[in-house]
Write a protein of this length. Structure first.
Length: 306
């Protein structure tokens, strides 16, 4: 894949090496709890990395352990840039197991009986006998229902009338089956009201940095002719307390930023005094971020703290 000119033109911009944070004093005694967002970019992007970077995300997930990804992704390295924001009042974890209902008809019951007879080692005659017994019951049950359905076709309501008079209604069995688990999503809302010029500048850079790394770019020197996207960056998210990981909260595996909403202003429009050449910073900026993990979280991953 060719060199991406978008990144080569960005050398020296605030996105590459800045460690942004909000508010000022984050990580100190009064602001000891915070959320750290690390950014992972593909190896083929012409950007600066920190200290050799993290391992390829397709091989080893953030936080260590064994990956549940079935396909290796393009290798990534952690950028020198990161974002630290105050801990929201609440952080949530939603874990979903998916179950569905499957209709078990007479033919399925016959097949199960046949397999059971074979699996129990009853031999050909035993298997045949169990299959024949189940098949006979299935034929009788299905035949009776088919007859009632045929009568109903000729005379509307005949099937219902027969079932009412007999007090028995034909119905295939329904069984609940496990279908899999959903990938977890994590949502964060941060309301930022800068109290100084430096905080206002940080807020602007934080918003732009999240937006920049959640977007793709075209590969090649001419974006008007390229048909190949370089996929957006991924994020490693950690809950911290006084500079260390807070192990009382769950780990979050490497994630993609699916959605970002930015709202400027509160109940009414307010701006700080203009900065020459840059305009005026809004008094309040709110961002809503939704991340989705790349991996599915199994018992093994939960045992590792995820």
């Amino acid at each position: 894949m060719g060199t991406n000119s978008t990144y080569s033109r960005m050398q020296g911009t605030p996105f590459l090496n800045s460690s942004l944070s909000y508010p000022e004093g984050l990580g100190g005694k009064e602001q000891g709890h915070y959320v750290q967002f690390f950014i992972n970019e593909q190896d083929n992007a012409n950007v600066n990395y920190c200290g050799g970077g993290a391992p390829a995300s397709g091989a080893t997930p953030a936080g260590g352990g064994v990956s549940t990804l079935s396909v290796d992704r393009a290798p990534t390295r952690r950028l020198a840039a990161s974002i630290a924001l105050y801990m929201p009042a609440t952080v949530g974890l939603q874990q979903e197991s998916k179950y569905g209902e499957v209709e078990i008809g007479s033919a399925v019951a016959t097949a199960i009986a046949s397999y059971k007879g074979y699996n129990e080692g009853s031999g050909f005659l035993g298997t045949t006998a169990s299959t024949a017994g189940a098949f006979g019951a299935a034929v009788s049950e299905t035949g009776a229902n088919a007859l009632k359905t045929a009568l109903d076709a000729g005379a509307g309501g005949a099937k219902a009338a027969k079932e009412i008079s007999s007090g028995a209604v034909f119905n295939n069995r329904m069984e609940v089956v496990f279908e899999g688990i959903s990938r977890r999503e994590f949502s964060f809302t941060f309301k930022m009201m800068p109290k100084s010029l430096s905080e206002a500048v940080n807020v602007r850079q934080i918003v732009n940095q999240f937006r920049f790394y959640m977007a793709p770019s075209f590969d090649g020197d001419d974006p008007s002719t390229s048909r190949t996207f370089i996929v957006p960056a991924t994020f490693d998210i950690e809950y911290h307390y006084s500079g260390g990981v807070n192990k009382f909260l769950n780990k979050i595996s490497t994630s993609v930023l699916k959605n970002m909403n930015v709202t400027y202003g509160g109940e009414r429009v307010q701006f700080f005094k203009p900065i020459q050449g840059d305009g005026a910073s809004p008094v309040e900026t709110q961002i809503e971020l939704t991340f989705q993990e790349l991996e599915v979280i199994t018992r093994r991953k939960i045992n590792e703290g995820f």
